[in-house]
Design a protein around this ligand. Structure first.
Ligand code: SR1
Ligand code: MG
Length: 397
């Protein structure tokens, strides 16, 4: 059961007030001596971990700030995203409760979501960068993608319910961030970009490639207009907690009704960037996960299609295959955009940034840019998924 926590006026929490907030929730004894640490390493929010050393109970209080933390107060941002996030966690939790955190409380005024503490797990990006292997990651994310995306699409919902959800998850400000940071700025010489000087010639070549920009325009149009399913909207490896056994997808503040391939593409792109940074067997493990993610997604999606009560107008020989083919092509295109923006855009990734040696880092970034470009331009030719992984292997010998 989710507690609705009403407080009168928005105030950014501090470690002290976060403790008080937790006590007011009534989940800890009144006299508990609670510990608190701000552990947020994302771009937008505060994340407090509150713990009671006596009982070992702990919770996470996440609070949206009225601006983007990564840039500062000059970039105001809606607080409504906290409600969208809590609602998306709950909606996706209806289909894959084992793959998302439990929501313990929501407070729209304070822009707070209280969730179960997952600190037994590690943020997947952090672990992958440190060389860890999560053997169930691809299987779990493939399942998460198929179940959440199928169940919130027109293939599973009554049209009235679907349109109600489209309205509930209207998220224009956060979508605008993606529209700018994923589909526009990295393809122009924009102020928001972060291009290392040695990478400038490569970036300039992208900015003056009309064929590439034409394809990105088509992908941006899909993102703007195709309300196919309730997507997470920011499904990179920093939005996933993992261990060898468990996977939990968190942080869906960018959730909205968008193209199904967007979530799949973002996740695959972040695995591809990780594959470029690894060598030998460690690289192979990621390559396998790229293939497995698509394979699990597509077979689970087909299973749900077969089991569901399909609208007769969709229950037509060959239609499911054409839907999956469209999702696949979109996936590769969106993955390409994500690869490019994570290399020269505003929000860069530790996978690449942590490579200390300049030559190695520039080499890795160049490969990521080239893979991004190839995925966008050749997305109609790269089926099955093994053609994508061969391309990665050719690039990263
Ligand atoms: C200003 S926000 C920058 C990036 O951080 C989020 O996690 C999204 O990926 C966004 O594009
Ligand atoms: Mg985030």
């Amino acid at each position: 059961m989710t507690t609705r926590l009403a407080v009168e006026q928005y105030e950014a929490l501090t470690e002290q007030t976060a403790i008080q907030y937790a006590k007011n929730m009534g989940v800890f004894p009144k006299d508990a001596e609670l510990g608190c640490a701000e552990i947020g390493d994302g771009n937008l929010n505060y994340v407090f971990r509150i713990s009671d050393p006596k009982t070992n109970r702990s919770i996470i209080i996440k609070q949206a700030l009225p601006y983007a933390k990564v840039v500062g107060e000059s970039w105001p941002l809606t607080l409504k995203r906290a409600e969208i996030e809590a609602n998306a966690l709950k909606k996706h939790g209806e289909f894959v409760p084992h793959l998302v955190p439990e929501v313990l409380g929501v407070d729209p005024v304070q822009a707070i979501t209280v969730i179960e503490d997952l600190s037994r797990l590690r943020v997947a990006r952090e672990g992958l960068v440190a060389g860890e292997h999560y053997p169930k990651l691809a299987e779990h994310i493939g399942e998460y993608l198929a179940c959440t995306l199928f169940a919130t699409s027109d293939f599973a919902l009554h049209p009235f319910e679907k349109k109600k959800l489209v309205k509930e998850f209207s998220n224009p400000e956060l979508c605008k961030i993606t529209e700018d940071l994923v589909f526009t700025d990295p393809f122009f010489d924009s102020e928001t970009n972060n291009v290392e000087p040695l990478l400038k010639p490569k970036a300039e070549a992208l900015w003056s490639n009309p064929a590439l920009k034409l394809e990105v325009a088509k992908l941006k149009k899909s993102f703007l207009t195709e309300a196919e399913a309730l997507v997470h909207g920011d499904l990179h490896t920093g939005s996933i907690f993992a261990s060898e056994e468990e996977t939990k997808v968190f942080d869906p503040e960018f959730a909205f009704y968008g193209p199904i391939g967007f979530d799949i593409g973002q996740f695959l792109a972040n695995l591809i960037a990780q594959a470029v940074c690894r060598k030998g067997d460690a690289k192979q493990l990621i390559i396998q996960q790229i293939e497995q993610t698509w394979e699990v997604f597509s077979s689970k999606f087909s299973e749900l299609w077969r089991k569901g009560e399909m609208d007769p107008s969709f229950d037509i020989e060959g239609y499911e295959a054409s839907v999956l083919q469209k999702i696949y092509v979109d996936t590769l295109g969106f993955a390409g955009c994500e690869l490019i923006r994570r290399t020269i855009g505003l929000a860069l990734i530790a996978d690449l940034e942590n490579i200390k040696d300049v030559d190695q880092r520039i080499q890795a970034k160049t490969k990521v840019l080239e893979l991004g470009e190839a995925l966008i331009l050749k997305r109609f030719e790269l089926s099955p998924i093994q053609k994508v992984t061969s391309l990665i292997e050719e690039k990263v010998q």
